[in-house]
Design a protein around this ligand. Structure first.
Ligand code: ADP
Length: 586
């Protein structure tokens, strides 16, 4: 073989047969041609006896029609066909190789233009090859005895050629099926069911040579979604009864990991009744389908549906290569469908949660707005009363209680409005460079009075270079003031609070550490939840809304950062915020 591939065993067998004709029957050359299914022509695969002929003929192809024409006027000698040279018209071109030989003058002398070949057929009468011979050693056209021997060789060649064609067909099937399997395996990463169907449909129909396919998937609710796809692009609507049959058959087959074939020429498979089979055939007739391969789809122990491949016409056999490939594909497809189904569900859940979040933000914003106006009125009136000289002393006490309560409500409302703003997905972040050092300075200024009253030791080493984040300066200001404010609030007199601001690589790290009350491990899990206040009585005794850390975390997340807490009850707490640094110099 010119491309250096190993000569297959069957070729060796054909070569041996050709050599037998040359050596044992006595011919100068013997040639065997085999059908090539890619173009339907006959290819020369074995030449014995003559190197020149071998050189010229090996690998060449000839159409079946040209051979049929050549042997149209042949004498029939069993399997052999003989066309004497004198029967050929001058312009008729015969084989591509004409031997150079002495011609005798007897009536049975061989003429170089004589044609002797055995066409080799399969059971259905399709020509699969030829065995031809030329240049008899004795220079004579074969007599009865020689013809009998040649017929034996022809019969042998017929069997070998049949094997060769079947082997090639199998090889081709394996090649196509493997290609289909790879495509379906690759499609497992796709997360859209429609896309999975689209890609695997063409791979499967081409790879397994089917005229159509449909897929039925079952949902967990047992309802089943009949997604049907046919090769011709038309949707096949399965009757409800067939959907039911398909479902129970798939479940049975998935358990035993088998496929089943339903065809007119075959016995009814054990998994269905003859009535059910009748129904199936009635349906198949409407699609002009004569045979189907039924494959269960699934992943792990779960059967997820079924895949049906259809064929029509007389050549409807499903080979073991095809059925095992189909089952393999069903595993990959099953896994892909399961992934896609889970992904779809997750997406749905995420979108439901998002909707819920939006609703919550809207609710909080609306309530806060509604409370804000009457509260402003209350505080206005309180101010007026305080400014009035003739309010009795007892009433003055009530007025200041009202004021304290109203101011506490105002803080809660302010926090609710901020929370609604930073938690609203429809309120996008407009990011600008923000110098974090300035925000930390401001936050420290804000708490300086309280800190000095509590004699807290606040240490802060300002960074030597500007530390710039990208974000909303109001929001980031809240982060700094809430964390530093909490540290001061929750740290008893005389202890220390340490603030650090640093650039680390591409990140900005803000650390606020205190030697305060600390947070229990159980509380740590919930401190970022809305309205959560500590279970520690010492902490609850201090004023607060339980919204500060929720706001901080929302803001940090919105800015692409993260927040971590480390704390030990009675020892102190450290909050660490990491934000992406702005890459531009300011
Ligand atoms: P609050 O308005 O109650 O301070 P936050 O959301 O800011 O609300 O904090 C939630 C809870 O976390 C607080 O009630 C407090 O118990 C606890 N906490 C926050 N910061 C600290 C801290 N630095 N030290 C101890 N406990 C803290």
């Amino acid at each position: 073989m010119s491309d250096g591939r190993r000569v297959p065993v069957v070729h060796d067998a054909l070569q041996l047969i050709a050599e037998g004709v040359v050596d044992l029957v006595g011919f100068g050359v013997a040639v065997i041609n085999v059908l090539r299914e890619d173009d339907g022509r006959l290819e020369t695969v074995a030449v014995a006896g003559n190197d020149e002929a071998r050189e010229q003929l090996m690998g060449s192809r000839q159409s079946v029609e040209s051979i049929l024409m050549e042997i149209e006027r042949a004498d029939e000698w069993g399997m052999l066909r003989f066309v004497p040279a004198e029967r050929l018209s001058d312009e008729e071109e015969l084989s591509s190789w004409v031997p150079d030989m002495e011609v005798g003058d007897g009536p049975d002398s061989w003429d170089p233009m004589d044609l002797l070949l055995a066409p080799l057929y399969d059971d259905s009468g399709r020509m699969l090859g030829t065995l031809s011979m030329d240049v008899p050693d004795d220079g004579k056209r074969p007599d009865e005895a020689k013809r009998a021997v040649l017929n034996k060789y022809a019969a042998q060649a017929g069997r070998a050629v049949l094997t060769e064609v079947a082997r090639r067909r199998l090889e081709e099937q394996v090649r196509l099926a493997t290609a289909a399997r790879h495509i379906v395996r690759d499609v497992s990463s796709e997360l859209k069911v429609d896309r999975i169907m689209e890609v695997s449909q063409s791979a499967i129909t081409q790879g397994l040579g089917v005229i159509g396919m449909w897929i039925q998937t079952f949902d967990e609710d047992g309802e089943g979604r009949t997604a049907t796809y046919s090769n011709a692009g038309t949707d096949v609507e399965l009757p409800a009864e067939l959907v039911r049959i398909g479902r129970s058959a798939a479940e049975l087959l998935w358990r035993v990991q088998e496929v089943t074939i339903i065809g007119r020429e075959r016995p009814t498979p054990a998994i269905i009744t003859t009535e059910q089979e009748k129904l199936i055939f009635e349906f198949l007739d409407t699609l002009a389908v004569s045979s189907l391969l039924f494959v269960p789809l699934g992943a792990g122990p779960e059967c997820l549906g079924n895949l049906v491949l259809t064929r029509s016409g007389p050549d409807v056999e499903w080979t073991p290569v095809e059925t095992s490939t189909a089952l393999d594909i069903a595993h990959d497809l099953g896994r892909a469908l399961l992934n896609a189904r889970n992904f779809e569900r997750e997406q749905q859940l995420v979108s439901e949660l998002r909707e819920l979040d939006t609703y919550k933000s809207q609710l909080i914003a609306t309530v806060a707005h509604e409370l804000k106006n009457p509260l402003t009125a209350i505080l206005g009136h309180v101010e007026m009363l305080e400014a009035t000289a003739d309010v009795p002393v007892r009433a003055q006490r009530s007025v200041s209680s009202i004021e304290r309560g109203a101011m506490r409500m105002e803080r809660v409302i302010e926090d609710m409005l901020t929370l609604a703003k930073v938690g609203d997905p429809n309120n996008p972040l407009i990011a600008v460079p923000v110098e974090m050092g300035r925000l930390v300075d401001d936050a420290l200024d804000l708490v300086s009075l309280t800190a000095s009253r509590k004699r807290l030791m606040i240490s802060y080493d300002p960074p030597t270079k500007p530390v710039v984040a990208l974000g909303d300066s109001g929001d980031l200001d809240q982060v700094c003031s809430n964390l530093i404010g909490n540290a001061v609030k929750y740290t008893p007199e005389g202890r220390a609070v340490t603030v650090c601001l640093d650039r680390r690589g591409r990140d900005i790290v803000l650390t606020v550490a205190d030697e305060g009350l600390g947070i229990s491990p159980r509380d740590q899990e919930r401190i970022f939840d809305e309205f959560f206040r500590s279970t520690n009585p010492e902490a609850v005794a201090l004023p607060g809304t339980g919204l500060g850390l929720t706001i901080v975390r929302r803001i940090v997340t919105r800015h692409g950062g993260r927040i971590a807490v480390e704390s030990a009850l009675g020892k102190g707490t450290t909050f660490r915020v990491t934000l992406p640094a702005a890459t531009v110099a300011v």
